[in-house]
Design a protein around this ligand. Structure first.
Ligand code: NAP
Ligand code: F7E
Length: 363
């Protein structure tokens, strides 16, 4: 690519480039011909394994830089230097469970980061388009009705509290200062690049290790919790489309299907060649092996029918559980032409297969 074509390339900033969505979005924008400036926090993880695994770590149009989201001065300088057309703000302490343990760091980090970027855009690059990674956790409905952009909010954990504030900050800058700011109200989305502290990856990595004889039991919290789980690769497409719209707006991205943690366990173990049945109630509930495919039986002769491979550990219960939540992505489908293309079964298979390959290669 010569310098003259660089002039016609769009420039995007992705905060939290080292995270799950940051990696998938980076790959997508690079494929679309963007210059991508991805930020990591000073002193934070410098492990860019996700970008590596997608083969984009050394792409000539990817520039990884340190940026302190809690510093307005840093954000002003970033906008001034890069003059980006688009900012995708993905960086956040994104674990709900951890937010109960670290409320101040979670809330302050999330609120300051968004406010500093919006303020920098307002003052320095007012035509920059801004994407805020919002969350379905702001709804926290107790009922099973579909959540839309009009559903009432009721945040029930420090993470959700902070994300509700950044939702309103983005709406405020749009309404008060004409900033092109949009919020994606994102339901859970997962992938082989998901951090294992989240339940899906915890399950698939354990299923892989149990099927290869490297672990014997998986401990989980609330098996009845339900989530609307999609594939992160589909969600970054929606995130990009949100910033390509004619007008800034807020969109629910969801699959419109919910499943329980128990369902996900069953699918993941089936994907690893182990059939399960659940027995017992509440903290006494367990999953026992009902079927073992030949390949697994040969590899792990000690794995027996009737053996307990999943049990409940109340230490993983949360002070309050949200949901069941299920999202209605109709607005995104109609306005942006976005819809998911990966089913829960396909997602589960993708994640288990990747974890089996990792365990086999010693990763
Ligand atoms: P992720 O894998 O946890 O990535 C988040 C990234 O943010 C990490 O690279 C992390 O870096 C960085 N980060 C954390 N705290 C930071 C701070 N104080 N300053 C700067 N960087 C910080 O999350 P994700 O799944 O990609 O999600 C992307 C965004 O979407 C997040 O804002 C999340 O809240 C939101 N979201 C995600 C989902 C989902 O299901 N994935 C659903 C709704 C909303 P370190 O490695 O240094 O910690
Ligand atoms: O929990 C239950 C747990 O930690 C899912 C983030 O991306 O999505 C994510 O937040 C469910 C909860 O994700 C374990 O109680 C049972 O009901 O995978 P999770 P999350 O809390 O839904 C939202 C939309 C975001 O915005 C967040 O950034 O699984 N669960 N047993 C467990 N969860 C974990 N982590 N570990 C367990 O052992």
């Amino acid at each position: 690519m010569d310098d003259s074509s660089n002039l016609t390339m769009k420039t995007a900033v992705i905060t939290g480039v080292a995270g799950q969505d940051g990696a998938y979005l980076t790959r997508m924008l690079l494929d679309k011909g963007y210059q991508v400036h991805g930020t990591v926090r000073p002193g934070g993880s410098t492990d860019l394994w996700r970008l590596d695994s997608l083969g984009v770590r050394n792409h000539p149009h990817l520039h990884v830089l340190q940026h302190d989201l809690c510093s307005l001065v840093d954000s002003l300088a970033l906008m001034d230097r890069l003059q980006p057309q688009e900012v995708y703000h993905l960086a956040a302490q994104s674990s709900v469970a951890r937010s109960f343990e670290e409320p101040h760091a979670t809330v302050n980090g999330i609120q300051q980061g968004t406010l500093n970027l919006l303020e920098a855009i307002r003052k320095v690059t007012p035509t920059t388009r801004f994407f805020e990674a919002g969350t379905s956790e702001i709804f926290s409905t107790k009922h099973s009705a579909l959540c839309t952009e009009l559903t009432a909010f009721h945040p029930r954990n420090p993470y959700a509290l902070a994300k509700l504030s950044t939702y309103w900050a983005t709406v405020n800058y749009r309404e008060s200062f004409n900033v092109f700011g949009s919020v994606g109200i994102l339901f859970n989305h997962e992938s082989p690049l998901r951090d294992p502290r989240f339940v899906t990856r915890k399950i698939t990595s354990s299923a892989a290790r149990i099927a290869l004889g490297e672990a014997s039991v998986l401990e989980l919290g609330n098996l009845a919790a339900r989530r609307d789980w999609g594939y992160a690769g589909d969600y970054v497409e929606g995130i990009w489309r949100i910033l390509q719209a004619d007008q800034p707006d807020d969109f629910v991205l969801a699959t419109q299907r919910s499943a329980s943690v128990r369902d996900f366990v069953r699918l993941a173990f089936a994907g690893a060649g182990i059939g399960l049945a659940f027995q017992g109630q509440a903290e006494h509930e367990v999953a026992v092996v009902t079927d073992i495919v030949d390949g697994v039986a040969d590899q792990v002769p000690c794995l027996k029918l009737g053996q307990v491979v999943v049990r409940v550990n109340p230490d993983f219960y949360r002070p309050i559980e949200t949901g069941p939540s299920i999202g209605d992505p109709s607005k995104a489908r109609l306005a942006l032409g976005w819809q998911v293309s990966t089913s829960l079964e396909e997602l589960c298979k993708l994640m288990v297969s990747a974890d089996i390959a990792r365990v086999k290669s010693g990763g």
